[in-house]
Design a protein around this ligand. Structure first.
Ligand code: ADP
Ligand code: GLC
Length: 494
């Protein structure tokens, strides 16, 4: 198949969260199964330049386009390169005014005011480039609201063009909490007729909604775990779009993300001070733990139960529960390491905690890919008590690195972690600690269980071994995407 993948971020170029990892690893997995993939992203020049020495070189394509944006023409240039270790072509759309900023979506806690225009432009540029270069995609796969306009453009403006006559579209929802909602006048940025601004298509509660647009116009919809696919059709998890999703329930499928073992594998990970596998996990983790403790100024105590957490700092991820009860946890011989950035309220709460327990709590505010890997390797346990979690990659990375996660039983967390209940331990399937409810009490109970189990090292290492062998291969998930692709384009094949 000829697959056009579009997203607002892609590892290793531009990343704020799991979306970047998924878009790149899925593209590589599809490519390995013998398919042709073009991955389109905006060219965030400053972010690229900041680490250009570690990234593939970009080539000028020489292609320049003028995209109509409300009342003016805006220039787009195309750069291209390869995704490392693959034959995936990465197409970057250069538009300095829109993407030459310090960040992807926001600065100083506030979204860029012209985000609607920035991404509508990106969506139009993707379609125009595909048309100009006659890519003839069999599938256009879009991800999250930043690419939600594309399925509508395909249907309304491009379908009759020979390059798109047999093209199906698939939309993947990575997080329903972000919908790309804008005031109604932003409809002008989409370039589509006002007649589409109605409650069955692009409008939602009086606003323009780009995620809803994608959901409504895409031929098939996926999300990133089977449990989340069910949850988002309910009021509790639907963020107001449950009705729209229920309407399309027959076209909606949950496919669990995987782990890209080229990037996340303790046996070859260059960020670790000691690589390890199933046989060498005990000394391997001990060495990485000692390194973490000394690098981050924690007490060098091999027997402390070390919890790690690497995360966007938002309301979603359970920082309210952790910060409310941390004092209690720290009565035990526990240490905690946090790496993340985001909501200043929780950043400050974490800093306070670090000030209070300087040799047992470490807080790094920022984005640090290398430290993220070392934390996964050197920690014993991992916090991921998210309020909701579409899939979650960090709990899977934790399992792969033999770090037992505490998770809330929602979304992809429920689909990937097995609770250390006596029955599961007996059956040899236990891999972590599962909170049945999102409450402080439930989190405390899991921390207590972890502390208790950690005292029985033989048992703990049995769980570690089970965790490390859990299969989260991208190949299997990519095959599921392929069957969704086939179904999506079926109606258009002549
Ligand atoms: P989400 O996409 O909701 O943020 P995921 O668990 O799916 O959550 O993916 C998060 C990804 O982003 C992981 O690869 C994680 O290691 C990475 N990440 C998040 N915050 C940071 C940070 N501050 N530094 C380095 N990596 C981070
Ligand atoms: C989103 C979700 C996360 C998921 C990731 C990749 O950011 O919050 O749960 O793993 O997308 O699909």
């Amino acid at each position: 198949m000829r697959i056009l993948m579009a997203a607002s971020e892609a590892y290793p170029f531009f990343k704020t969260g799991g979306l970047a990892d998924v878009v790149s690893s899925l593209s590589r997995a599809l490519n390995e199964l013998g398919h042709e993939v073009w991955l389109f992203v905006p060219y965030y020049r400053k972010l690229y330049e900041a680490k250009a020495d570690r990234l593939p070189r970009l080539e000028q394509s020489g292609l320049t386009l003028e995209i109509p944006m409300s009342s003016r023409l805006v220039k787009a240039e195309l750069l291209w390169t390869r995704l490392p270790q693959s034959d995936v072509t990465v197409m970057m759309i250069d538009q300095p005014e829109y993407y030459g900023r310090n960040s992807l979506y926001q600065e100083e806690g506030g979204d860029y005011e012209d985000n609607c225009a920035r991404f509508c432009f990106f969506n139009r540029a993707v379609m125009e480039i595909a048309r100009k270069l006659i890519l003839r995609p069999d599938i256009i796969h879009v991800n999250d609201w930043q690419t939600g306009l594309i399925p509508a453009l395909l249907d309304i403006e491009y379908r009759q063009h020979p390059a798109f006559r047999e093209t199906g579209s698939v939309m993947t929802i990575h997080n329903l909490a972000f919908q790309g909602r804008f005031w109604h006048w932003d409809m002008l940025q989409t370039g589509l007729d006002w007649k589409y601004f109605n409650w069955e298509q692009m409008e939602s509660f009086g606003q323009l909604n780009l995620l809803k647009t994608g959901i409504v116009f895409a031929n098939k919809i996926t999300t990133v775990s089977p449990t989340y696919a069910r949850e988002i059709q309910t009021e509790k998890f639907g963020h107001g779009l449950e009705g729209v999703l229920k309407n399309r329930s027959g076209d909606l499928l949950g496919i669990l993300n995987g782990i890209d073992e080229r990037d996340w594998n303790p046996a070859i990970d260059p960020s670790l001070v000691s690589n390890y596998d199933l046989q060498t996990v005990m000394p391997g983790k001990a060495a990485n733990k000692a390194e973490l403790q000394s690098r981050l100024g924690l007490r060098e105590d091999p027997s402390a139960l070390l919890f790690g957490m690497v995360s966007r700092i938002t309301d979603q991820k359970g920082f309210d529960l952790i910060t409310a009860r941390a004092d209690e946890f720290l009565k035990e011989n526990i240490q905690m390491i946090f790496l993340g950035q985001g909501d200043p309220f929780f950043e400050n709460k974490l800093r306070d905690l670090q000030n209070q327990y300087p040799d047992r709590v470490s807080v790094t505010i920022g984005f640090d890919e290398e430290l993220a890997h070392l934390i996964e390797a050197g920690s014993d346990a991992y916090f991921m008590p998210s309020k909701f979690e579409p899939c979650g990659l960090n709990q899977m990375y934790s399992l792969k690195y033999g770090t037992l996660p505490i998770v809330h039983q929602v979304g992809g967390l429920a689909d990937s972690v097995r609770d250390a209940s006596p029955a599961n331990i007996e059956a040899g399937t236990a891999t972590g600690f599962v909170m049945p409810e999102y409450t402080e009490k439930s989190l405390c109970e899991q921390v207590e269980r972890a502390v208790k189990l950690y005292k029985d090292r033989a048992m703990w290492y049995r769980l570690v071994q089970t965790a490390m062998t859990r299969p989260f291969s991208w190949k299997r998930s990519a095959e599921k995407y392929l069957s969704v692709y086939r179904a999506a384009r079926e109606p258009f094949i002549s």
